[in-house]
Design a protein around this ligand. Structure first.
Ligand code: IPE
Ligand code: IPE
Ligand code: MG
Length: 244
């Protein structure tokens, strides 16, 4: 396992997005209910948030609950919602100077969860360290559909001309408009797919897939992903010679 010594602290990805997958299988492997895996996964969120802040990552965007996850058995959805309510630890954020934000169709969440999340967003908004973003009731297609609606309204009321639409304008209407695109996208749990996460924003992100189930994805696993990222050459369509 590589350690922090090998990470170039001058080339830390600004924005790391993570698809936290594998909680259910982690629990099953241990003969437990899926919700046991979600509980363990919530602890990993705190460990990884602290480590990311320590490393100097500016934005950490965690895929926490997708639009499609509403279709899971109602008991599992309910367990996830109560876990969400219980595991918002404002003290950890304050201690680490982390500001907390949420993206997604928040109105779909239970009222008590919405209030709890909103309070945490407000209380941590002046923190100047890392921004921790939870994607909740989120999917990229939901987000792009919403952005399209907003832009269509601007055109309808005459504030915008179709010719003025460019990729920058579209980005401005996405839920992620306050942060840069992810430099690195990590998916734990062994699946090699994006599951409707940040599809527009990850157009040029470096992708990192690992088999580790999310509850076992600890600080050293994050450092390993960053070391791997730092070995890559990001060309953005240019040639290697142009980059050097
Ligand atoms: C990720 O773990 C957490 C959520 C999607 C809410 P899973 O619950 O998808 O775990 P697996 O993939 O079934 O193991
Ligand atoms: C993606 O995981 C969503 C989150 C991690 C919140 P899933 O477990 O829902 O993804 P699929 O269904 O296997 O693609
Ligand atoms: Mg899964």
């Amino acid at each position: 396992m590589q350690d922090t010594e090998q990470i170039d602290l001058n080339r830390i990805p600004r924005h790391v997005a993570i698809i936290m997958d594998g909680n259910g299988r982690w629990a099953k492997q241990r003969g437990h209910e899926r919700s046991f895996g979600h509980q363990a996964g919530a602890e990993t969120v705190h460990i990884i948030a602290e480590e990311a802040a320590r490393l100097g990552i500016k934005y950490l965007t965690l895929y926490t609950f997708s639009t499609e996850n509403w279709n899971r058995p109602s008991e599992e959805v309910a367990a996830l919602m109560s876990l969400l309510f219980e595991s918002i630890e404002e003290e950890t954020f304050m201690k680490n100077n982390i500001s907390f934000r949420i993206i997604g169709d928040i109105a779909k969440l239970p009222a008590n969860v919405q209030e709890r999340l909103q309070a945490c967003v407000e209380h941590t908004s002046a923190n100047t360290g890392m921004c921790l973003v939870l994607a909740l009731s989120y999917s990229a297609r939901w987000e792009i559909t919403e952005a399209t609606r907003q832009i269509a309204r601007l055109i309808k009321d005459g504030t915008l001309q179709p010719e003025q639409i460019d990729s920058g304008l579209i980005s401005q209407h996405l839920a992620t408009n306050f942060m840069p695109d992810p430099d690195l996208l990590i998916r734990t749990g062994g699946e090699i797919r994006l599951s409707n996460y940040l599809l527009w924003q990850c157009a040029y992100s470096e992708l990192y897939f690992c088999d580790t189930y999310w509850p076992d994805f600890h600080a050293e696993e994050l450092r390993k992903a960053i070391c791997d990222y730092q070995k890559r050459e990001r060309r953005f369509g240019k040639t290697s010679e142009q980059i050097k």
